[in-house]
Design a protein around this ligand. Structure first.
Ligand code: NOJ
Length: 540
């Protein structure tokens, strides 16, 4: 077994987790001080978003030094102290690596821009204008507008799948490859247990820079996301050769027993599968389809079923992230949304692979309600009318009071008008039935059930009706009598929110965890209220 099999992950958005020095921005010492909270919550693996030196055009996903630490967030010593403390507490730590693009302020790009003959010119993607003087092809940026910006001085365009301030690196250049091998080796040597790889599917581009086929025309008012999705991204992402990069990194990682987790944002299972099925490159890839299912039993069954069959054990299952609306908001908001989100998390914790919480999910939080004039996310700032990702990035709620225990200063982003003292960690701790206590119980239950923690086998118990039910079995070998677990989720409808479904189990069993009150097991019958999920341990 590798150390990440059976782990539960937790994403920390560094700016918004804990501010130790009162400047209103989260930092590494702040995270270190809060690590006991995470150990106590029961997660095993903590992913920290980028804290490297950066002009913060995309809040750290624009890196100007891959081996340093932005002074606002601390120092390299703070990063190492954080890792050491995590290890003392039995936690693993993974950092965010952003290899698709650097900041335009990175010395590599500054040099590249200085002249066509510069040493680092070919470290980035430069092309001549199209015959009409416009961009070289029809590729668009994820953040709106073309993926090309014209450089007056050298008469060429540089490419950027995100902001112009995030120029894409040229992964066809061997020196770029070698530079990143050094970067990851250095961080692994400093003690980090793995990396989450930003935009892992897009590093390599089509050699001929062909136009992407248009799937549908969109109007001028389309959001950046709609516009981006109106193309078949056949040529600017998911190229054959990208896997070779991870094969090389896999060799580096194995020297350090480190893990490679890809942000492979491809929603089509067949394309995603390729990144993990051979197990010689990435160890895990996020299965982002979990963030796009409606509260609809057939949709969840089809989506998860396809992924489980493809490579279930090698996926990380996010409940939320710093880029997408929170699960509680997506599933209806308020108490109902939070209840559904916890039921969904229970299902994700019942799958082979690594479930991931995003900070605040354990508190049952909705997206923060923010005034339009508080926009910080470049998507919102640059595209009037676009909501952006700020509502999921509001600071963590530790305790009641002005700075919610997050900061003694003015927070870089408001907490949200909908935040209340009862949402905080302090108010929920020890309160029976609070989202926090139920999450803690869930993670404790998962840890205590070897079939969930170590098992890889799974099968559907039912393939119809409002209940999704999976049978999980312990890996055979040591134990003579493998304990089977049923993981069941009743996906309720708004029209019948008090419905109770019955499921016949293969044998009698005991309720090992329920995401809400009211579920019962009597003999081999499970009675499951709507919007509730359970683990049932079957009798041998
Ligand atoms: C994915 C990250 O999660 C997101 O926050 C960022 O804006 C883009 N990659 C670009 O780095």
């Amino acid at each position: 077994m590798t150390w990440w099999q059976g782990a539960v992950g937790y994403e920390i958005y560094v700016r918004s987790f804990a501010d130790s020095d009162g400047d209103g921005v989260g930092d590494l010492p702040g995270i270190r001080q809060r690590l006991p909270y995470l150990a106590d919550l029961g997660v095993d693996l903590v992913w920290i978003t980028p804290f490297y030196p950066s002009p913060q055009a995309d809040h750290g996903y624009d890196v100007s030094d891959y081996l340093g630490v932005e002074p606002t967030y601390g120092s390299v010593d703070d990063a190492v102290a954080l890792i050491d403390r995590a290890h003392e507490l039995g936690l693993k730590v993974i950092f965010d690596l952003v290899p698709n693009h650097s900041s335009s302020e990175h010395p590599w790009f500054r040099d590249a821009r200085s002249s066509r003959d510069a040493t680092h010119r070919d470290w980035y993607v430069w092309r001549d204008p199209a015959p009409d003087g416009g961009p070289p092809n029809n590729w668009v940026s994820n953040f709106g507008g073309p993926a090309w910006t014209y450089d007056e001085a050298s008469g060429q365009y540089w490419m950027h799948l995100f902001l112009p301030e995030q120029p894409d690196l040229n992964w066809a250049n061997e020196d770029v490859r070698a530079a990143f091998v050094d970067v990851i080796d250095t961080w692994f040597t400093r003690g980090v247990d793995g990396i989450r790889i930003d935009v892992a599917h897009a590093l390599v581009k089509d050699e001929q820079f062909r136009d992407n086929p248009v799937l549908r025309e969109v109007g001028p008012d389309a959001s950046p996301r709609e516009r981006f999705r109106s193309f078949d991204h056949r040529f600017d992402q998911d190229q054959e050769g990208v896997l070779d990069i991870y094969r090389e990194w896999n060799q580096v990682a194995s020297k350090h027993d480190a893990m490679l987790l890809g942000e492979v944002y491809l929603l089509e299972t067949d394309r995603l599968r390729r990144y993990v099925e051979r197990r010689d490159g990435l160890h895990l890839a996020f299965a982002f389809a979990t963030l796009h299912t409606a509260w609809d039993v057939e949709e969840i069954r089809t989506t998860l079923g396809g992924l489980l069959e493809a490579a279930g054990e090698n996926f990380a299952w996010p409940l939320g992230s710093h880029d997408d609306p929170r699960a509680a908001t997506r599933f209806g908001g308020g108490e109902l949304g939070a209840r559904r989100a916890r039921a969904y998390l229970t299902l994700l914790c019942g799958l082979p692979g690594v479930p991931f919480l995003y900070q605040g999910d354990e508190l049952g939080l909705d997206d923060g309600e923010l005034a339009d004039d508080s926009a910080q996310d470049p998507i919102a700032v640059r595209n009037p009318g676009a909501k952006g990702r700020d509502p999921v990035r509001t600071p963590m709620l530790w305790e009641p009071g002005e700075g919610f225990g997050f900061t003694n200063g003015a927070p870089w982003l408001p907490f949200g008008d909908n935040r209340r003292p009862e949402h905080t960690v302090a108010a929920q701790t020890g309160r029976a039935g609070s989202p926090l206590e139920r999450t803690r119980e869930l993670l404790r239950a998962r840890r205590a059930l070897p079939a969930l923690r170590d098992g890889s086998t799974w099968s559907w118990l039912t393939d119809a009706g409002p209940v999704l039910a999976l049978l999980r079995s312990e890996r055979r070998g040591e134990a003579d009598e493998p304990a089977d677990i049923v993981v069941a989720l009743h996906v309720g409808s708004d029209a019948a929110s008090d419905a109770v479904a019955e499921l016949t189990l293969p044998r009698s069993g005991r309720l090992a965890y329920a995401s809400a009150d009211g579920a019962t097991v009597s003999g081999a019958t499970l009675r499951l209220p709507a919007d509730t999920a359970v683990f049932v341990e079957l009798a041998p």
